[in-house]
Design a protein around this ligand. Structure first.
Ligand code: NAD
Length: 292
């Protein structure tokens, strides 16, 4: 059995998997691969699957499966798994980090110090304590974020049409209701037909003036042009963003927009998470081998 590691994983992963067969990162051997391991970079399209006649199992280290043609994989008899349970803490910590970085002007403070400036009077921080955080998408990551925000004395509300009850956040029945009352809005939805372009100029008008938006979910759930315009007008006081239209983004209006703190899709990239992902992959391949 050939296992193809197609994207970046923990350096110790190949050693964990050699008991199942040969492990390679040589992408030119796709046609021989029975198992392919991907993160977000490899796109498992129809064409990709057509070039992989031996393929039986795709494991996406991480959560979002929007880079896999799930219908065509099913049609070809290829099983697809993610490692959803692994990443929640890593991504929630990044969402929280971005919220702290934006509200405390960390990027600007650092940049100005590097340039020899002293902006002590200009940079006024804002506390999270006593503010309302609106979480859009109350799944694993959203829930971990809610726990952290409550520890900081925030009031936590959430909008998720598929979640009926939560002990961590007060559920709102409409997104508009959440946006009207939230000082911070953090996005944790998958990219679907329903969520693509959800945060556009019409919904941005529903945010509180001076609200802060954080997105560690999927880039395409926001209309970047509209978010950039809201930052320029002051409607949004800040935007912390980890996720992009493509990795890396070819061009984005957010680069030139004010009050943006950007990270290069680092949500899942903690040492601990990559180890957890490796353990789950080992388990999934073990299950696959014993079911053969
Ligand atoms: P999850 O499936 O546990 O939670 C997603 C939640 O979104 C679900 O509760 C679902 O009901 C909700 N949802 C779906 N459609 C919605 C809508 N229209 N409005 C509001 N809520 C909606 O997934 P998770 O593990 O919490 O991950 C959430 C997302 O985070 C993933 O889909 C992925 O896109 C993203 N993610 C990003 C990174 C990163 O590196 N930045 C890493 C992992 C995951």
């Amino acid at each position: 059995m050939l296992i193809l590691i197609s994207d970046a994983f923990d350096a110790g992963l190949p050693a964990k998997l050699t008991k199942f067969g040969e492990v390679t990162d040589d992408k030119s051997r796709l046609a021989e691969a029975e198992v392919v391991l991907i993160r977000s970079k490899t796109k498992v399209t129809k064409e990709y699957l057509d070039h992989a006649p031996a393929l039986k199992l795709v494991i996406r280290g991480g959560v979002g499966l929007d880079n896999v043609d799930l219908d065509y994989a099913r049609e070809k008899g290829v099983t697809v798994h993610n490692t959803a349970a692994a990443s929640a803490i890593a991504v929630a910590e990044l969402a929280f980090t971005l919220m702290m970085a934006v509200t405390n002007h960390i990027a600007k403070a650092h940049q100005s110090m590097s340039e020899g400036k002293w902006l002590k009077k200009e940079l006024k921080r804002t506390e999270l304590y006593g503010k309302t955080l609106g979480i859009v998408g109350l799944g694993r990551i959203g829930t971990e974020l809610a726990i952290r925000a409550k520890a900081f004395g925030m009031t936590v509300v959430a909008y998720d049409p598929y979640v009926k009850s939560s002990s961590q956040a007060a559920l709102k029945t409409t997104l508009k209701e959440l946006l009207n009352i939230s000082d911070y809005v953090s996005m944790h939805m998958p990219l679907t037909a329903e969520t693509e372009g959800l945060i556009n100029s019409e919904l941005l008008a529903e945010f509180k003036d001076g609200a802060i938006l954080i997105n560690t979910g999927r880039g395409k759930t926001v209309v970047e042009e509209d978010v950039a315009a809201a930052l320029k007008s002051g409607k949004l006081a800040g935007f912390g963003n980890d996720v992009w239209y493509s990795d890396p983004p070819e061009s984005t209006p957010l680069r030139d927009a004010p009050h943006v703190t950007m990270t290069p899709h680092l949500g899942a990239s903690t040492k601990e998470n990559l180890l957890r992902i490796g353990d789950i992959i080992e388990e999934l391949i073990g299950d696959y081998v014993s079911s053969k």
